[in-house]
Write a protein that binds this ligand. Structure first.
Ligand code: ZN
Length: 423
């Protein structure tokens, strides 16, 4: 325990070093979109981890966007608990018309704040976690359990950085996603996007419209755009039904929305629209899966189509998810349920209380993070990181230094203690 006290003290004493680390990470310009710009930042993280005893696995998820996974093998790794720390290196985009105090990638430190793109979401969290690792290493502490550090790409645009880590076989007894949570311990609902396409088997000139909509016209055909109105009506019915029948503690009722986000259709004003595509965003609760909600949407919309003479013969086509909003115009964020009785969760909560003197708030994130991929892969996980969502993606994005210090203390204490727990 003396070691732990020493480590926690170090965070206070070497606060300026940590602030410098946050500033360095912010200064790498990694907005997504446009993405494909994280190679330098990831090389910096890889060499940082290497310096502190980690073995590096680095691979391109996309050209110019590599994932980094550092492994610090435990001294008794078969007997002691393993841990994954996960964060994303990409940040929200910056629009030229945004009125920032200075350059968003030249961080400003003022009073208790670090201001810059990614300060809250989530280079603050990444820097805190890296700094915790550095302190452990410099204090010559050998952890008995395995420790993995994952710096992933593409989170802001729904890319499969964390999914690839899971598919590559990285597993542990617990994972902490150090994304923006205002130091709450959080699970999350999920999101899946999908396209619903209506397609006519023939293309008609605008002049045939009279024959397809008036008495005696004898042309059984339809505008795909007009038929899409029925689909949108059907989605609203289902959305309302879900709002009434489903709920999850800690999430406002009706948060399980179906948003008709984008519509595309028709080819030219001289034609009747022969195709229409609707891009929807479906939010679901932590105890649901994306497969299950996609199936519910499909079943309901297929029933709607059965009640329409034209749609019955031209059934809607569904395309769900995708691994990138940029490449495939589609994404999935699985949900994450947190078991408050999981020993790692109780240990993290105790570490938080010990450092801050306050009970940790355990609730559900109103947004989505990569945490869901761990849930999906069967790795118990939580979201726990500095910064709040008011600041994430905002102009003059900032993180409180006091909170960052608190986070780093909690994390160093948690890593140390969890790694000393027997499997
Ligand atoms: Zn984030």
């Amino acid at each position: 325990m003396d070691k732990l006290k020493f480590l926690i003290n170090q965070v206070d004493q070497r606060k300026d070093e940590m602030i410098e680390l946050v500033k360095t990470l912010i200064s790498y310009q990694t907005p997504a979109p446009p993405a494909r710009n994280t190679a330098e930042a990831q090389a910096f993280i890889a060499s940082f981890l290497k310096r502190h005893g980690f073995e590096i696995d680095m691979w391109d998820v996309y050209p110019g966007d590599p994932n980094v996974v550092g492994t610090l093998k435990g001294s008794q790794s078969t007997e002691y608990k393993s841990l994954i720390l996960n964060g994303h290196i990409d940040v929200a985009e910056v629009n030229p018309e945004e009125k920032w105090e200075g350059n968003p990638f030249t961080p400003i430190v003022r009073d208790d704040c670090i201001i810059g793109r990614g300060a809250a979401d989530m280079k603050g969290g990444l820097a805190g976690a890296l700094f915790a690792i550095k302190l452990l290493h410099e204090a010559n502490i050998e952890l008995p359990g395995d420790l993995f550090f994952q710096s992933v790409i593409g989170e802001e645009v729904g890319e499969a950085g964390t999914l690839q880590c899971c598919n590559r076989g990285y597993k542990a007894d617990f994972a902490v996603v150090v994304d923006t949570s205002d130091l709450h311990i959080q699970g999350q609902g999920g999101v899946i996007t999908g396209w619903i396409t209506l397609k006519s088997d023939q293309t008609y000139h605008d002049a045939t419209r009279r024959s397809m909509i008036h008495a005696g016209g004898k042309l059984v055909a339809a505008s795909a755009i007009e038929k899409m109105m029925k689909i949108i009506d059907g989605l609203q019915e289902l959305e309302r039904h879900w709002a009434i029948t489903k709920s999850y503690p800690g999430i406002p009722a009706g948060a399980n929305t179906i948003n008709p986000a984008v519509i595309e259709g028709g080819r030219h004003a001289a034609f009747v629209a022969d195709e229409c595509r609707l891009w929807i965003t479906v939010h679901f609760y932590p105890d649901e899966t994306h497969e299950q909600v996609a199936k519910e949407v499909e079943e309901h919309i297929k029933n709607v189509a059965q009640g329409d003479i034209w749609l019955r013969d031209h059934p809607p086509i569904f395309t769900w998810g995708g691994s990138s909003m940029i490449e495939e115009r589609g994404e999935i964020f699985p949900s994450l349920e947190v078991d408050p009785f999981n020993p790692a969760v109780t240990l993290l909560a105790a570490a938080h209380k010990q450092v801050s003197g306050k009970e940790v708030v355990q609730d559900v994130s109103p947004t989505v993070t990569d945490g869901g991929w761990f849930g999906d892969a069967g790795v118990p996980a939580v979201i726990y990181g500095p910064g709040n969502l008011m600041n994430a993606h905002s102009v003059n994005e900032q993180v409180s230094i006091e909170q960052l210090v608190e986070f780093t203390k909690v994390l160093v204490s948690f890593i140390y203690q969890w790694s000393h727990q027997e499997k």
